[in-house]
Design a protein around this ligand. Structure first.
Ligand SMILES: Nc1ncnc2c1ncn2[C@@H]1O[C@H](COP(=O)(O)OP(=O)(O)OP(=O)(O)O)[C@@H](O)[C@H]1O
Ligand SMILES: O=P(O)(O)OC[C@H]1O[C@H](OP(=O)(O)OP(=O)(O)O)[C@H](O)[C@@H]1O
Ligand SMILES: [Mg+2]
Length: 281
């Protein structure tokens, strides 16, 4: 039985469970459940605090886990990323009161509050900066105005929380994070673990692409195929009208609308874009 850790709450929890459902796995019906058995896939899911997940996987107690890259690095646990999942994107950054220019060197001798002390200490050491790292559990942005710290290092999503507390981010991001699937470093994944990874990979790819279908005059086909080369090669099928063909090709989701504009300008008709739920490529 494969044992897999999933965030039980917070920024990654809902999207992680939704992705597993899309990949054909059973997830909990009740928010408070801590485990779910999926007998048909021979997987048991454990719903854990996102911060603890790398620790369980690194110790070998669980085979795989979904967590944030920043959390995995901060844990110091021996885990390896086997797949980036494309959600839960954030940066982990230094921030300090607005009104002056800050550099990482300015942190020398200062009090720096964070909920990710290992990540921060490693980065400060890399810069040769000595600061007093104060470990807080959360709501770190408020620590400066409450007089506990001079600066912070924290997760930045939209940047709204920093702005609300009159803080500005500075320096290169300490970590560019997203949700990741991790397994124990140097462990060889079992066939079941590899299957779960491949299924999630299928969902990640599917979310990054759209399927385009359109009708195209034969005389314009070469031009249209330049715009929609597909992954291997697009499908070109005959239509009842011998002067026209039907084309089907995957396109990157972000380019779907510009590609549709170009196809329309070329002379394609009935251009349809549809979601792909999962795939194996
Ligand atoms: N806007 C965001 N705010 C917070 N975390 C985000 C955001 N976007 C992505 N994340 C990611 O979510 C993970 C943190 O999740 P979460 O906030 O649930 O953990 P936590 O802070 O340890 O838990 P809690 O807030 O319950 O104490 C990190 O990997 C972080 O990068
Ligand atoms: O840039 P933003 O979009 O404003 O998001 C970033 C904020 O969200 C997170 O807090 P969370 O909700 O996890 O609470 P916490 O600080 O208690 O962990 C993070 O720690 C920041 O405070
Ligand atoms: Mg949080």
């Amino acid at each position: 039985m494969l044992r897999v850790a999933v965030p039980n709450k917070g920024a990654l929890a809902v999207a992680a469970s939704e992705m597993l459902v899309e990949a054909g796995y059973r997830q909990r019906g009740e928010q408070r459940d801590l485990t779910v058995l999926d007998p048909s896939n021979e997987v048991e899911f454990f719903f854990l605090r996102p911060k603890d997940i790398a620790v369980y996987v690194g110790s070998g107690e669980l085979d795989l886990g979904i967590t944030g890259r920043d959390l995995a690095r901060d844990s110091g646990a021996p885990v390896t990323e086997v797949l980036a999942l494309g959600f839960g994107g954030s940066t982990f950054r230094y921030a300090a009161p607005a009104g002056r220019e800050w550099t990482v060197a300015d942190l020398d001798g200062k009090r720096l509050a964070t909920a990710y002390p290992r990540l921060v200490r490693d980065d400060l050491a890399g810069h040769g900066v000595k600061a007093d790292v104060i470990r807080l559990d959360g709501a770190v942005e408020i620590s400066v105005q409450l007089g506990v710290a001079d600066a912070i290092a924290d997760v930045v999503g939209s940047g709204r929380t920093l702005r609300q507390h009159n803080l500005v981010a500075f320096g290169d991001p300490i970590c560019v994070s997203e949700a990741v699937l991790v397994h124990r470093a140097e462990a060889t994944p079992s066939p079941d673990a590899e299957q779960l990874r491949a299924r999630l990979q299928g969902v990640v790819f599917a979310q990054q692409y759209m399927m385009l279908d359109y009708d195209c005059p034969k005389a314009l086909l070469d031009k249209a195929l330049e715009v929609t080369p597909g992954l291997e090669s697009p499908t070109v099928a005959p239509l009842a009208n011998p002067d026209w063909v039907a084309v089907r090709a995957m396109v990157p989701r972000k380019q779907a609308n510009p590609v549709m504009d170009t196809l329309w300008a070329i002379g394609a008709k009935a251009i349809l874009a549809s979601d792909i739920r999962s795939c194996r490529l």
